[in-house]
Ligand binder design. Structure first.
Ligand code: ZN
Ligand code: ZN
Length: 349
């Protein structure tokens, strides 16, 4: 009995605890705590002063942490969980769910785009597979090929072919991608983030953006506070090393923030921006003409924020977007680049 228990405990540790889903958040939170403690130790005003500025800084730290945990624990839009995000804050439970995900079989999800403009979705060729891993993305066939139906692909009502994921056994709505790290299809897939330990998708990308913004501000504030904490007579090596890390992280996060700001305004995802030529519904379009999902700057921002599961239903009406089975129903239309979007930032062109 005892060896069996030990084996189960070892398997639990290997399969659940020692996974990216748990280790990444633990590592990030640990580094975050070390940096905050380092600066706070040498700059005691950060936790002793009760002025508005220092109260705000402390609030900033907790809000940044909450946004990070929220991003990591929010269901990014897995297709086989039709709930509006589990909202679970238990990393352990999330890891258990992820481990069992491959065993689940979901009901097919079919989206029928209304806009007929998407000629670009025709003449599709065999998909080249996942650009990140080099694995073939199964089930993607040329439309009209004799055995297309055998692979489960479905042609939408307006001519947009919907991909069938053989791994999850479901029809993918537009902008959905199978993540090989998570082992599931994710709605409006942006990217798999190793720092978050999960995907960034339709439900948590707004949280991810706010996390980047506040993390950037927090790093900037702690850098300036840390500089003021340096003693000219006895400079602390620990503080200097901490400030070096803060400067590096600040550069990384600010670059990511600028990139995601562009994606929000252009209504693109990281996956689409990087792998345009390999994506079934985009490859026949010219990338310089902009996203076929964009309407206007205002609409792009609104739908970015209101696509999340935690967005109140009242706010979801703001972008006047369609929702289906708990997720955004994307519709392709004529492409709109940044110049066009800036020219008609408040109204649909
Ligand atoms: Zn899948
Ligand atoms: Zn993933």
């Amino acid at each position: 009995m005892a060896p069996s228990l030990a084996r189960q405990a070892r398997a639990f540790c290997c399969n659940t605890l020692c996974t990216e889903r748990v280790l990444s958040p633990v590592l990030v939170l640990l580094v975050h705590a070390l940096i905050v403690a380092d600066v706070a130790y040498h700059r005691r005003e950060l936790w002793q002063e009760t002025t508005l500025w220092y109260r705000s800084v402390r609030l900033l730290v907790f809000t940044t942490l909450a946004l990070y945990i929220g991003t990591s624990c929010t269901n990014p839009g897995f297709l086989d969980s039709e709930s509006r995000g589990c909202g679970s804050c238990l990393l352990l439970l999330c890891a258990l769910c992820m481990r069992d995900s491959n065993e689940k079989v979901s009901n097919p999800t079919i989206v029928s785009p209304e806009n007929p403009a998407l000629l670009g979705a025709s003449n599709l060729e065999m998909d080249q597979g996942d650009p990140e891993t080099g694995k073939m993305d199964e089930g993607i066939k040329r439309r009209g090929a004799p055995d297309a139906d055998n692979d489960g692909n479905v042609e939408g009502a307006e001519g947009v072919e919907l991909r069938f994921c053989k791994r999850c056994r479901l029809q993918q709505p537009l902008r959905t991608k199978h993540c090989y790290d998570c082992g599931r299809c994710v709605r409006t897939h942006d990217h798999h983030c190793p720092w978050v330990g999960s995907c960034v998708g339709e439900n948590n990308r707004a949280l991810f953006f706010w996390y980047l913004l506040l993390q950037c501000v927090e790093l900037g504030v702690f850098f300036t506070e840390g500089i003021q904490g340096i003693s000219l007579l006895q400079p602390s090596v620990v503080l200097m090393v901490g400030l070096l890390f803060i400067a590096i992280f600040f550069l990384m996060v600010s670059c990511l923030l600028f990139f995601h700001s562009f994606l929000v305004l252009a209504n693109l995802t990281t996956w689409e921006h990087i792998s345009w030529r390999q994506i079934t519904y985009l490859k026949s379009l010219r990338s310089e003409r902009g996203s076929p999902f964009a309407r206007s700057l205002w609409w792009n921002v609104a739908v970015y924020c209101c696509g999340a599961f935690w967005c109140p239903s009242l706010l979801r009406r703001v972008p006047n977007a369609r929702y289906e089975q708990g997720g955004l129903c994307w519709e392709m239309s004529e492409q709109r680049g940044m110049c066009c979007l800036i020219a008609c930032c408040a109204e649909t062109c």
